[in-house]
Design a protein around this ligand. Structure first.
Ligand SMILES: Nc1nc2c(ncn2[C@@H]2O[C@H](COP(=O)(O)OP(=O)(O)OP(=O)(O)O)[C@@H](O)[C@H]2O)c(=O)[nH]1
Length: 127
């Protein structure tokens, strides 16, 4: 768990493992949260079909209905990355209904676009 503070708002973030053995736990950790952030590697398109299936499976859980979703395409610093539009298509994000869905490209390594992520999270804090 990591705390991110901006002014009077503190965001508590839980980082969940992405490996197959951790996936059955995602739903339990996501219950009751203010927002869900799903991070994928946009320089590894071979993994996108599995990422899409896992994301849609999570989003179909009744307990998580309505929780805002932010999809982050990480590793935008790499030359073989796909674009945000290609990521939206690859993950079929337009079919995810009954919630706010946003998608940004970021680079955790070069710290690109991270302030936009914090601003998005702030929007849903304490709701
Ligand atoms: N080029 C590049 N490499 C990155 C970036 N972010 C992470 N990496 C690298 O990607 C690898 C995996 O990063 P992790 O932070 O362990 O990934 P993770 O998603 O937390 O892994 P799990 O929680 O085990 O699923 C590491 O070698 C990182 O250095 C990025 O923005 N750009």
């Amino acid at each position: 768990m990591k705390r991110v503070q901006r002014g009077h708002v503190t965001i508590k973030c839980w980082d969940l493992g992405g490996q197959p053995r951790f996936r059955p736990m995602w739903e339990r950790y996501c219950r009751g949260v203010s927002a869900i952030v799903f991070i994928v590697d946009i320089a590894d398109d071979a993994k996108l079909p599995v990422a899409k299936d896992e994301l849609h499976s999570l989003m179909s859980q009744k307990t998580l209905e309505g929780i805002p979703l932010l999809v982050l395409g990480n590793k935008s610093d790499l030359p073989n990355k796909i674009s945000v539009d290609e990521l939206i298509d690859a993950l079929d994000l337009k079919t995810i209904a009954h919630r706010e869905v946003s998608c940004y490209g970021i680079s955790a390594k070069e710290e690109t676009n991270l302030e936009a992520v914090v601003q998005w999270l702030m929007k849903w804090a304490n709701r």
